[in-house]
Structure formats: structure tokens, C-alpha cells
Write a protein that binds this ligand. Structure first.
Ligand code: AMP
Ligand code: MG
Length: 401
């Protein structure tokens, strides 16, 4: 049986290149990953400009101790340019964002001056105060966004501040998704006795979309060999990744790994972890295959641990794993050595320290534990029972970007 780390490394090593790039308008680029570095075509801001509403002056006119009076020679709004230079003894009323006129290098905020008619009285001030320098945000030619980063609203704004309106990003990895099991019913349709409604296809759909993938929904396949074979063949022809849930355990009707072995190859099908031990990974035609466990907590956890980093890599991202923190557990955590265990936790800042508790019953079918929780508690392989008060690793549930 492979370890969690071993499984992750193996999977990432199988994925060669990210998916190809496409050009999209910036309005469609949120959450996408640039395929090339984005460089600044010019300085931002393009000119020295005022950081406040006030009066632009030349530093030679700043009194060293006392105050002095200057003649106000005009009014400059943002978006306009003052055609002439400011001479000695002169000040220009200037609005935030307006370019500094020639001859001026310092701006008095209007709140600290006395204005009377076309005269303004100013006091001592540091030379260069309240001026935003040309290029202080971004210098021309510099890389503003590296390839492989994820575009958040702030990256998009920085890109548009350069006048760029479209860019080259990796296309979304395509994931063919299906549920298996005779007992699984489609939400919104009647359910036969003995059936349960599909949870996994929807936790997984959301997870795929959250990490930038495109879902190709292939529905629910019964535990019938021929049906599974034809649906998996179909899936392999249309996607970068094929994702199933259920049918990878050791039950009589757990057909997924047998069918995969027949149609493609299986690299491993069990991971030393809890929940989520059954997990088939391999290849199906030209695509990467993940057979996730059926239990809803296990399938979502397996997605987070194995599929998400793989989709990130395919999408061209540089960072593949979420950061982990440490917190003190307020309760005792039973733990078996030799496998990595994941509990659903509630992480909170309390009395000056981070502490974590479990969400309650931790069965791998209890999806409400994922709803109640805001993190995973990660207990390493070599660890045994954890006493209350010990430090544990926690991985906050990732946000959409
Ligand atoms: P399996 O590995 O197929 O035996 O499934 C393990 C458990 O997960 C069983 O209790 C299944 O009913 C349940 N299960 C399988 N697929 C789903 C699904 N799509 N949504 C909710 N529960 C499921
Ligand atoms: Mg099943």
C-alpha cells in the first residue's frame, strides 16, 4: 500500500505538460493561470502625480521654519495636464492623481494650508511629500505577473492598469465525472426503496470548478460491467482526467478497478490513509484516471489530497499544495499508527492561541462533518493516540482561488 506522500508524488510525476494555452479577455480570466509572464509595457503610474488634493510647489519655495505665501496660478484636475512650468513663488492647486507640473516636486494637502483669494500660505514640509513617483507601482519591462500564478481580482486589476485587455492562460483541464452504483439516484427524480441520492458527483463537481477545471458530467452508471466499460471508454475520449466515485473497494459489485485494469492500467489502488483507503489511480487511453472511494467524506478528501494537486499541475499552476498550520487539539484524538488519518476539524483563535476540535462523529459517510468543519486535522503516519493539549497539523479548507 502506498503512502499519501508517495501517492501524491507518483501522480504528479505521471503528468507531463500542462494543458495548452488559449487567449481570453480579462473579464473571463478570474481564477485562470497565465501561460506566459505578463510584462509592463510602460511605467505605472506613467507620470509623477499628486497623492492628495492640495497645492503643488517647487521645493525651493518650502519655508524651512516659518510660513510663506505663494501665488496660486491655476487649478489642475485629474486627467488634465498643466502646460507651463511652476515658477518661483507659485503654487498650483492640484487634485489627486493629476500629473505633477514641471517645476513642482512636493504637494501640500489642502487641509494644512491657508487659502485666501489667489494666495495660499504654506509651512515647512518634507521635500517630495505627497507625490506618487512614476513607475513606483510597476516599472516598464518588469514582470508583473509570473506564469503559473492564479489570477485573483488584484492581479486582473494590475493587468488592466497596463492597458492589457486579453491574455494567454492555460485552458481549463477537462474532467469527465461519473458516479457508480445501483443504489445511487439522481437528485430531483424519484428514488426507489434502498436508493440514496447522489452526493459525490456534486461535491466533486464543485471541487473541480473551484480549482479551475471544466466538468463533463457523465451521470450515474449502474454496477453493470458492460455499462461501466462503455461509459469509461466514452469518458476517456473526451477529457484530460476521468474521475469516478464508488466501486473501488473490495465488495462483490466493486467493478471499477477490474474494468480499469482491462481498459487501461492501474498504478495503485490503496493508500495508507483513513478515511479513503481505496483509491484507484492509473491511465485510461490518453487520460489520467482517478477512481475515488464511494463514501462521501472519503471521496471529497481523496479529491483534495490527490486530484486537486493534479488539476493544479495540469492547469499550469506553480503552487500545488495548501499550506498547513499547527494548532492545539482541545480533545483526545484516537489514532492508529502506520497510516495518515484525517479528521474534520473546527479551527478557532481562542485566548491568544489557535485551537482545534473535531466536528463530532468522524464516519466516512458523515458528509455533515465536512459542512461543520473548516479544516482537516492531519495526523501523521507514525503518530499514535493524541492527547488533549498536543500540537497537531491542520489544513484549512481551501478558498476558491
Ligand atoms: P462503494 O465503494 O461503491 O461500495 O461505496 C461506498 C459507500 O458510499 C456506499 O455506502 C455507497 O452507497 C456510498 N456511495 C457511493 N457512491 C455514492 C454517491 N455518489 N453519493 C453518495 N454516496 C455514495
Ligand atoms: Mg458501489
Amino acid at each position: 500500500m502506498i503512502s499519501v506522500r508517495g501517492g501524491q508524488e507518483h501522480i504528479l510525476a505521471q503528468l507531463a505538460a500542462p494543458v495548452p494555452a488559449e487567449v481570453v479577455p480579462v473579464t473571463r480570466a478570474l481564477g485562470r493561470v497565465p501561460a506566459v509572464d505578463v510584462k509592463a509595457p510602460f511605467d505605472v503610474p506613467p507620470a509623477d502625480n499628486s497623492a492628495v488634493d492640495g497645492y503643488a510647489v517647487g521645493s525651493a519655495d518650502i519655508p524651512s521654519a516659518d510660513t510663506r505665501e505663494l501665488a496660486v496660478v491655476g487649478d489642475l484636475a485629474a486627467g488634465a495636464v498643466f502646460g507651463t512650468a511652476i515658477a518661483a513663488g507659485q503654487a498650483l492647486r492640484i487634485m489627486t492623481g493629476a500629473p505633477m507640473p514641471a517645476g513642482a516636486d512636493t504637494v501640500y494637502p489642502q487641509e494644512i494650508v491657508e487659502r485666501a483669494g489667489d494666495r495660499v500660505r504654506v509651512g515647512p514640509l518634507v521635500k517630495g511629500a505627497n507625490v506618487r513617483a512614476r513607475g513606483e507601482d510597476v516599472e516598464a519591462g518588469g514582470i508583473v505577473i509570473e506564469a503559473g500564478s492564479v489570477l485573483r481580482p488584484q492581479e486582473i486589476g494590475l493587468i488592466t492598469s497596463l492597458g492589457i485587455w486579453q491574455l494567454e492562460v492555460h485552458r481549463r483541464p477537462r474532467v469527465a465525472l461519473l458516479s457508480t452504483g445501483d443504489e445511487v439516484a439522481e437528485p430531483g427524480t424519484p428514488r426507489r426503496p434502498g436508493q440514496i441520492y447522489d452526493a459525490n458527483r456534486f461535491t466533486l463537481r464543485g471541487s473541480i470548478e473551484q480549482c479551475g477545471g471544466e466538468v463533463l458530467d457523465l451521470g450515474i452508471v449502474p454496477d453493470v460491467r458492460e455499462a461501466l466499460v462503455s461509459r469509461l471508454r466514452e469518458a476517456a475520449g473526451m477529457a484530460d482526467v476521468v474521475l469516478t466515485s464508488g466501486g473501488v473497494s473490495v465488495g462483490v459489485y466493486d467493478l471499477v478497478k477490474d474494468v480499469l485494469a482491462e481498459l487501461g492500467t492501474i498504478d495503485f489502488w490503496q493508500v495508507a490513509m483513513q478515511p479513503g483507503r481505496p483509491l484507484a489511480f492509473g491511465r485510461l487511453g490518453g487520460t489520467t484516471f482517478f477512481g475515488l472511494p464511494g463514501n462521501p467524506v472519503a471521496s471529497l478528501l481523496a479529491f483534495m489530497l490527490f486530484v486537486r494537486p493534479a488539476l493544479y499541475k495540469l492547469a499550469g499552476r506553480r503552487r500545488l499544495f495548501s499550506p498547513m498550520w499547527q494548532a492545539r487539539t482541545v480533545e483526545r484524538l484516537p489514532k492508529k499508527t502506520g497510516r495518515r488519518e484525517f479528521k474534520r476539524g473546527i479551527l478557532a483563535y481562542h485566548d491568544g492561541a489557535w485551537e482545534v476540535r473535531t466536528t463530532g462523529p468522524q464516519g466516512s459517510g458523515i458528509l455533515s462533518s465536512m459542512v461543520a468543519g473548516n479544516c482537516l486535522i492531519v495526523l501523521e503516519e507514525d503518530r499514535g493516540d493524541v492527547a488533549a493539549g498536543e500540537l497537531v497539523l491542520v489544513e484549512p479548507f481551501a478558498d476558491p482561488l
